[in-house]
Write a protein that binds this ligand. Sequence first.
Ligand code: GAP
Length: 514
Amino acid sequence: MAKQDDLFKNVVSHAKEYGFIFPSSEVYDGLSAVYDYAQNGVELKKNIREYWWKSMVQMHENIVGLDAAILMHPTTWKASGHVDAFNDPLIDNKDSKKRYRADVLIEDYAEKLNQKAEKEIEKASTRYGEAFNREEFVSTNARVVEYLAKKKEILERMAKSLEEDNLADVKALIEELEIADPETGSRNWTEVKQFNLMFGTKLGASAENAMDLYLRPETAQGIFVNFLNVQKSGRMKVPFGIAQTGKAFRNEIVARQFIFRMREFEQMEMQFFVKPGEEMKWYDYWKNTRLNWHLSLGLGRENYRFHDHEKLAHYANAAADIEFNFPFGFKELEGIHSRTDFDLKAHEQYSGKKMQYFDPETNSNYTPYVVETSVGLDRMFLAVFSNSLKEETLEDGSTRTVLTLPSVLAPTKAAVLPLVKKDGLPEVARQIIDDLKWDFNVSYDEKDAVGRRYRRQDALGTPFCITVDHQTLEDQTVTIRHRDTMQQDRVKISTLRSIIENEVSMKNWLMRAL
Ligand code: GAP
């Protein structure tokens, strides 16, 4: 655990030191769980967004984009269920005055039981070696069976209590399990209360006429209310999708783990409208397609897993998360939900306007079902960034910090370095930059010894360093150094564009997702 904590601390400090992420309004000591993307972070984030957008909109004939406003008519949120049900159960500790999500306290307790079981399994696996049969051990070892059964019992009881809004039982469970304040150890808890996560704001100049609004807690509702506008103006035929990226806001009770859980964040969502009865086929299709998109980035198959929901939200008939192995363990990265016709029907009811699709093939109207894919852009950033940050020991015993970002996402694709600041080398380097910058983000660096410049670019995740030396003046060649292997090749300046293109082109990377 200490190792995981250290790794995570490194991620946070590297993001700041190398201009990826700063705490918001830091001069005023920051704002909890709100962050600014700095000069390199904004490029990485933009590239992830574009990688998603291309795979969704450009590569699917039947998916179009949308950019709906953040502010929406307040009835939207009544219809969607957010006003009444977008709550988290919170509990305060009377001694420490710290606030927690009651369900997270219980889930953390259950996770500890899981970890105990995993430890037993690991020990046995080492003891028995190749002869070890995990499945058999899990179902027969008394300790493991007991840990897992207890975990299941706790989570089922919590789910039932939350579903029935029986908050007294959630508190009783916390007390029975003797769960203490993780920071102070105190068990002096208040009652559990529901807390709505939407941020309120006002529209209008005078207090009397002001209208109460919400900052959207998800981008999806902007898609639902525009469903018919897009379908008719784009002459879309079911099945079709609407994709959108944009900010969402949630007043999270416990916002921690850096950009994993923020109060202002960005989502990349796609609602796929299908014929009722065909939703399970499309749900499977999108689960598979989205996992392949993630895998195409090469962060390692072992770092992803599906978590199929047993307890479904009131609007869903199937749901799964794609979980990623973050520095603090496997957590939700993306959600794939089969949302039935809940949202369109609710907007139809609250607005009094028909939200149905006319099917020209059958000459009849129906309300489409919806399969949604929803991934947090900031969580994608954290997944990519934390997985890429490495401390390597080199052959000569020295160490280097390298950010092995998928080169398609790297903020800067190449740095051009004149070996010395004289003899006409900077001028040639500038010429190379002037030529390459039409196609790629490139940077110029002439400060310090070339070895230190390589290290600086490694830490920024720049896939290529191009060094201009005296030989360049004679034969128009440069050395090109590859970030991950540190291998250097001597190549003609005229070939640089195609070498870089081959490595960073979205086409080449996205083709791996097919
Ligand atoms: N429209 C469905 C929806 O909003 P969600 O599971 O609440 O579903 C979807 O959110 C995704 O948005 C999550 O999988 C996660 O990646 C991201 N997300 C949710 N809350 C977040 C937060 N507070 N900070 C950062 N990302 C968040």
